[in-house]
Design a protein around this ligand. Structure first.
Ligand code: NCD
Length: 349
């Protein structure tokens, strides 16, 4: 593993060692205070973030490393029209690892093609959010001891929720996981996800009914309706608040069911759920710190290597997703495979 763009970049053996490392850091944080002394992380956040940004920065500082970057793209030369290739070539000559969050789908993958140091995807548009997945897997493993044999319900905005897309693909590697995809029809998971599950023969059901599904679940992953991804505000107003988990509905759930949420919550989990021992979302955010420390330790200590420069691509990109990086950075190499865009995973029509 050189970059971490998608959970697919990590083998199951690599995940197991990362989890062990995160557990060790959690148990003995003092042993790691100088582990990345002299190393620097570039934090390029083109989109708002609280937990992911703060936990990555805290992780680097707790390992003895340093951090530079921005949390507002208007303070960088990108706002002057600098292309991604130039920003990354330059930043990766300063930093030992880059973390990037962006509304543009496939942008972090594109950045990795030009970076001399490892690049980590901290969320790209509605596409993927693999370090949130590491956080989710760490929380479940710690509580249940395993990622196998469980019924996982994902509820809310499954269309635009990137945490959901990364988590489904990651959990599908483990034996005996069944998915209950709970959403209004307008916010159902993208087709590439259901196609992926179908091809792997993984059991999944799509439903609109949270109450009827709760009793079967071992894990319930709640998500907010992603207002910033809606082009029509009236559509958001119509769909927000469609699912609210509250103490009353928790009575229908198993005694051991875990409630996860990547946070921030808006109103999809009522405050009366917080005291319930099954509410794991704040502990989940804490697990994110330790597993990001483990990831930085694994990647930021690697030797830097400047990637070979290829000539600009002359073939046009075919991706029609308006949020795909290929719509604005035309020089990127064409990475289409099996009728799917190699940057944002959208189906090519
Ligand atoms: C998520 C994200 O940014 O995708 N938040 C996070 O990273 N913890 C979920 C969200 O914004 O709803």
């Amino acid at each position: 593993m050189r970059h971490f763009i998608d959970f697919e970049d990590m083998s199951t053996a690599e995940w197991n060692s990362l989890y062990s490392l995160a557990s060790d850091i959690m148990a003995h944080p003092r042993d790691y205070v100088d582990a990345l002394r002299g190393r620097v992380m570039a934090s390029l956040f083109f989109e708002p973030s609280t937990r992911t940004n703060f936990s990555f920065q805290t992780a680097m500082l707790k390992l003895g490393g340093g951090v530079f970057g921005f949390a507002d793209a208007n303070t960088s030369s990108v706002s002057k029209g600098e292309c991604l290739k130039d920003t990354i070539t330059m930043c990766s000559s300063y930093a030992d690892v880059i973390t990037m969050r962006t509304p543009v789908e496939g942008m972090v993958k594109a950045a990795s093609l030009y970076s001399a140091c490892p690049v980590i995807n901290a969320g790209d548009g509605g596409h993927l959010h693999p370090t949130q997945t590491l956080t989710d897997l760490t929380t479940i493993t710690e509580r249940r001891g395993s990622l196998e044999n469980m019924n996982v319900g994902l509820c809310g905005d499954l269309k635009n929720g990137r945490t959901v897309h990364s988590l489904i693909r990651a959990l599908s590697r483990f034996e005996g996981v069944s998915f209950f995809l709970i959403s209004p029809r307008e916010l159902a998971v993208p087709e590439y996800i259901t196609k992926f599950l179908g091809e792997k023969g993984i059991r999944f059901v799509e439903t609109t009914n949270l109450e009827a599904t709760i009793p079967q679940l071992d894990v319930l992953y709640m998500t907010r309706v992603q207002r910033e991804r809606f082009s029509d505000p009236a559509e958001y107003e119509r769909l927000k608040g469609v699912y609210v988990l509250n103490a009353q509905k928790m009575k229908l759930a198993k005694r051991e069911m875990m409630v996860l949420h990547p946070l921030p919550r808006v109103d999809e989990i009522a405050l009366d759920v917080d005291p319930d021992p099954r509410a794991c979302y704040f502990h989940q955010a804490e697990c994110g710190l330790y597993v990001r420390m483990a990831l930085l330790l694994t990647l930021a200590s690697k030797e830097k290597a400047r990637p070979e420069q290829s000539l600009p691509e002359t073939r046009p990109h075919r991706c029609k997703n308006p949020r795909c990086i290929t719509r604005t950075e035309a020089y990127l190499p064409v990475l289409d495979e099996d009728g799917v865009c190699g940057y944002c995973d959208s189906k090519l029509v």
